[in-house]
Design a protein around this ligand. Structure first.
Ligand code: NAD
Ligand code: DAU
Length: 348
């Protein structure tokens, strides 16, 4: 296990996509747990980004930059800035186009942000010898059949299914190449499905909760038999911190919390918790090429870094998430109608 004494101690992080779901949770996590660190957030505030996700973070802990990771001049100006702050010593890269259904409609922004944007950041890390942690997904490994006894490991072959997951796989390959060819100090974490506060209403769990809160029937793709391996976003954030500070350079770590449920099981749990009949939902079109099952073996990060998920009671996590959406209507309502309209046009 990596010794605490060998840990990398960042002083100033560049967090890309820090106004999105996981990036914002990570910024809150670092601000709360690690008081000496300054964070520069670089975020393009796409439809998925929201400055309000960082409400409550003290002004003296972050510098918010509204900009695009594909803008090489902007990225260079941030990593070479001279100021009273310590220089940026690590990039933690969350920014991405993240939604599979959108990638099926139009892959272009996925290729630009997820591939070109990662390239721009890697080049900046190379020029300035920065530590680079890349946030990736279990979807790069494709899917497992429902009855497969195996789970994904760090040596599973890359086999992405959607334009989104193919673009994330491409970005993983760039990160590995920049380590091997140029010696950039990189790590990668591939995580399973996250849930928690500030998740956009396009995603499965928030969509169903906010549908019920809006008087719309929840929508289940196909028969709802696909399985996802759910993890609390807070556990993902602590895993990213563990890999950033104690992970072995050049390595990949899978992150998951043994939270496998079929979509119909999750929907039934939400319906029950929100006082709805068990059949109060509609079946809608399945996703073209949709992945059947993801399942993570997180043995490596547990053995090497001593990381353990803390929030493994999924029912309790769903209760807290439902409560968050109940009490944050003003946060999600502005995005709800346009998201549902986009789904209606796709038959979802
Ligand atoms: P999200 O869509 O909620 O947030 C993405 C953020 O990136 C937004 O704030 C958006 O404004 C920003 N962004 C997009 N394009 C940008 C650009 N060109 N320049 C700068 N900023 C840009 O996504 P998320 O769910 O928080 O996912 C974050 C990362 O985690 C992604 O890399 C995703 O692939 C990965 N991931 C997500 C999950 C999950 O369950 N959501 C699981 C594993 C890995
Ligand atoms: O596994 C990690 C991935 O998890 C991340 O890389 C992605 O960024 C993230 O979006 C998520 O991808 P999924 O495609 O698994 O998540 P999504 O919430 O879009 O869908 C989860 C499952 O629920 C999937 O089988 C499709 C289904 N679904 C989705 C929606 C939006 C429904 O049945 N109904 C819905 O309304």
């Amino acid at each position: 296990m990596t010794d605490e004494r060998d840990a990398f101690r960042p002083r100033h992080l560049l967090v890309t996509g820090g106004a999105g779901f996981i990036g914002a949770n990570f910024v809150h996590h670092v601000v709360r747990e690690h008081p000496d660190i300054h964070i520069t957030v670089l975020d393009a505030l796409t439809y998925a980004g929201n400055r309000a996700n960082l409400t409550g973070v003290p002004d003296d802990r972050i510098t918010f930059v509204h900009g695009n990771i594909c803008n090489a001049e902007l990225v260079e100006s941030l990593v070479s800035a001279q100021s009273t702050l310590p220089p940026i010593d690590a990039i933690v890269h969350f920014a991405a186009e993240s939604h599979n259904d959108n990638s099926i409609l139009d892959a272009a922004p996925f290729l630009r942000t997820n591939i070109d944007g990662t390239y721009v950041l890697l080049e900046a890390a190379r020029r300035h010898d920065l530590r680079f942690h890349h946030i990736s997904t279990d979807e790069v490994y494709g899917d497992l059949s429902l009855d497969d006894p195996h789970r994904f490991t760090e040596t599973s072959p890359y086999k992405p299914s959607s334009p989104y997951s193919a673009s994330k796989a491409a970005s993983d390959h760039l990160v590995r190449a920049w380590h091997r060819t140029y010696g950039v100090r990189t790590t990668i974490s591939n995580c399973s499905n996250n849930y928690g506060p500030w998740q956009h209403v396009e995603k499965f769990i928030p969509r169903q909760i906010t549908n019920i809160l809006s008087g719309i029937r929840p929508k289940l793709y196909g028969q709802g038999l696909a399985v996802r391996d759910w993890i609390s976003v807070e556990d993902h954030c602590s895993a990213v911190w563990a890999v950033l500070t104690r992970g072995r350079i050049g390595e990949t770590y899978l992150v998951g919390a043994d939270g496998e449920y079929s979509n119909i099981e999750v929907l039934r749990m939400i319906l029950e918790r929100m006082g709805q009949p068990a059949d109060a939902f509609d079946h809608v079109n399945d996703r073209p090429g949709g992945d059947k099952r993801y399942a993570i073996d997180a043995g490596k990060i547990q053995r090497e870094l001593g990381w353990r998920p803390q929030y493994t009671d999924f029912a309790a996590g769903l209760d807290a998430t439902i409560e968050w959406y109940r009490t944050h209507r003003d946060w999600w309502e502005p995005a709800k109608a346009s998201t549902e309209e986009k789904y209606r046009l796709q038959g979802h």
